[in-house]
Design a binder for this molecule. Structure first.
Ligand code: NAP
Ligand code: MG
Length: 400
């Protein structure tokens, strides 16, 4: 069989632990037999990040700017325990944070829907994609405990030294205060990423904040989205037959629960953090959730939503059998290859991505799955496969 050719490389970012093992299996069994893979390889495994003083992460992000499409394996974000485990020179930053800072994007997470893994919300028939703004608000807040009576204010000192003040509260006793911020530039790129992604997957975009209560802060989000939509996207949305819809966050939550899915839900940082866990759980499993970073300049980085599955990796090292779900990582590959195909006008590559995803879904729907899914499936007597055999079962379907 003739392998599918690729004209432009994708950026391949390898990672850590169990997902690094799956990465090899996926390439060997699902990609390399069918595609003449053209990738620029970066080893983002923690050992190599340490050896290169994390330069490899920066290089991989810059390569993504050059080629436009990347596929990333899950990586360890070091903490104190990892410092000793890997004998690290420094507590290197989260690779996702570094890459996001360079590409300046928004993260979109979508559930992979299969028959037999039923959403807990029974009217959800189509995926709900969460678009989470990943900058500022409470995640970059400063806080203070107020010990007793006194006045708390917000003070803005302009470069010329002039001050603007706003009273927070005249405390009569002990309490707490919090200050947070966001940047117009960050909100603008968040908005453009959301509008571009909606056009990309041809689905409606919903956005919601608490602008009735937060008349300056949240209202600025609403205004920036509205302004950019009117100026840059209204016609494109009309042509694509999709809609941009703004509502109050309370109303959005109620509508989401009643909906059948099939749209993108753009969320401020905190809302996206909380709501994506709810949506992921209600759809079944974190291992059945795709994640893509979309930059406002049109760069794409595909990955799984879960981590390196450390507990399974330690079992693997002990020689014990693992049953780790590789679907989200496979979908990261299919997402990147499809996007590459789209950008290069390579329809064969796009068709391969579709077939790879269909092979995953067919395998699960035929009752062959990993343990995490077997525990929640409505399919009677599922066959539980180990990590490798599950990928081999997908490969068999794919070859057909
Ligand atoms: P995790 O890797 O997401 O795994 C947490 C638990 O979820 C696993 O122990 C497993 O449960 C279940 N699970 C997750 N993915 C699964 C899969 N594909 N198949 C089957 N079960 C799955 O989170 P973690 O163990 O808290 O984090 C491990 C490392 O990942 C950390 O060093 C963290 O920094 C890193 N991380 C990286 C990313 C990223 O690169 N995007 C994201 C999050 C975390 P059971 O043990 O019950 O089977
Ligand atoms: Mg969360």
């Amino acid at each position: 069989m003739e392998k599918i050719k690729m004209t432009t490389p994708i950026v391949e970012m390898d990672g850590d632990e169990m997902t690094r093992i799956l990465w090899q299996y996926i390439k060997e069994d699902l990609i390399l037999p069918f595609v003449d893979l053209n990738s620029e390889y970066y080893d983002l495994g923690l050992e190599n990040r340490n050896a290169t003083n994390d330069q490899v992460t920066i290089d991989s992000a810059n390569a993504t700017k050059k080629y436009g499409v990347a596929v990333k394996c899950a990586t360890i974000t070091p903490n104190a325990a990892r410092m000793t485990e890997y004998n690290l020179k420094e507590m290197w930053k989260s690779p996702n944070g570094t890459i996001r800072a360079i590409l300046d994007g928004t993260v979109f997470r979508a559930p992979i829907i299969v028959k037999g893994i039923e959403p807990l919300v029974k009217n959800w028939k189509k995926p709900i994609v969460i678009a989470r703004h990943a900058y500022g608000d409470v995640y970059k807040g400063s806080e203070m405990k107020i010990p007793g009576a006194g006045k708390a204010e917000i003070v803005y000192t302009a470069e010329d030294g002039s001050e603007t003040r706003e009273l927070i509260h005249n405390f009569k006793g002990a309490g707490i205060v919090q200050g947070m911020h966001n940047l117009n530039s960050s909100i603008e790129s968040f908005a453009r990423s959301c509008f571009n992604y909606a056009l990309d997957i041809k689905q409606d975009l919903w956005f919601a904040t608490k602008d009735t209560i937060s008349k300056k802060y949240d209202h600025t989000f609403k205004d920036i989205f509205a302004e950019i939509f009117e100026k840059e996207y209204k016609d494109k949305f009309e042509a694509a037959g999709i809609e941009y819809f703004y509502t109050l966050i309370d109303d959005a939550v109620a509508r989401v629960m009643r909906s059948e899915g099939g749209y993108i839900w753009a969320c401020k940082n905190y809302d996206g953090d909380v709501m994506s866990d709810m949506v992921a759980t209600a759809f079944g499993s974190l291992a059945m959730m795709t994640s893509v970073l979309v930059s406002p300049d049109g760069y794409y980085e595909y990955e799984a939503a879960h981590g390196t599955v450390q507990r399974h990796y330690y079992n693997h090292l002990k020689g014990l059998e693992t049953s780790t779900n590789s679907v989200a990582t496979i979908f990261a590959w299919s997402g990147a290859l499809r996007k590459r195909g789209e950008l290069d006008g390579n329809s064969e590559l796009m068709a391969f991505a579709d077939k790879l995803e269909k092979a995953c879904i067919d395998t699960i729907e035929s009752g062959k799955m990993t343990k995490d899914l077997a525990l929640i499936t409505t399919i009677p007597n599922p066959t539980v496969l180990n990590s490798r055999d599950f990928i081999k079962a997908i490969a068999e379907n794919l070859a057909k």
